[in-house]
Design a protein around this ligand. Sequence first.
Ligand code: ATP
Ligand code: MG
Length: 200
Amino acid sequence: MQRIGILGGTFDPIHYGHLVIAEEARWTLGLAQIYVVPAAQQPFKQGQQRANPAQRMEMVERACAGNSALVPSDVELRRTPPSYTIDTLQDFRNRLGDSATIWFIVGGDALESLPHWHAAAEIISLARLAAVGRPGSAPDLTWLDAALPGLANSTDRVTGPQLDISSTALRRRVAAGQPIRYQVPEAVLTYIVEQRLYQT
Ligand code: ATP
Ligand code: MG
C-alpha cells in the first residue's frame, strides 16, 4: 500500500519550519513521498511585497533538491485560482488510485481553521490529516471534531521539534534588513537575495 504525504502552503518563502514538519511526518507515518504544493497567488495583502508563483515554485524546488522524498508539485499553479485543497487531493487520489493512503500535513494554525475550509468534510474523507504542532497554536481536537464531525478519527498526531519560524516574519525581517540565514535553506536565501524579494 502506497503511503504519501501532501504539504500545501503559500511558501512565501518556504522555510525550515515547513521542511522539518515534512521530515517528521515522513518518519512518523512511513511516507514514501511528500508532495510540496504551492498555492496559486493569494489576494495581495496590505503593503507586503510578495513573491510571484514562479518565484515561490523556484524556492520550493531549491528547498526540496537533494531529498528524493520531497517532490515539488505545480498542480495548483496550473489550475485556475482559487486553489482549493479538495481539488488537489482529488487530483492525487485520481492519479494514485484508491489503495493509496494520503496524508495532508497541517500545522496547528491550519488545523484550527480546517473546519471552515471549502469542502472540509470531503477533505477528511479523501485523506487523513497529519497534524503537527506549531508554536502559538493549540488546536483542541474535541472542539474541532464537534465543528467537523469525523475530524478526530481522520487525524494522526505528529510530534517533533517546533520551530518558531513563519514566512510572514521572514518577509518582515528581509524588509527590515534583519538576517534570515539558518531559517531557510542556503539555496533559498541565495535566491531571495538575487531576486531582491521582500524588500519594501
Ligand atoms: P505565512 O506567515 O505567510 O502564513 P507560514 O509560515 O504560515 O506563512 P504557510 O505557507 O502558510 O507558511 O504554511 C503552510 C503549512 O505549513 C501550514 O499547514 C502551516 O500550518 C505549516 N507551517 C508553516 N510553518 C510552520 C512551523 N514553523 N511549524 C509547523 N507548521 C508550520
Ligand atoms: Mg500560514
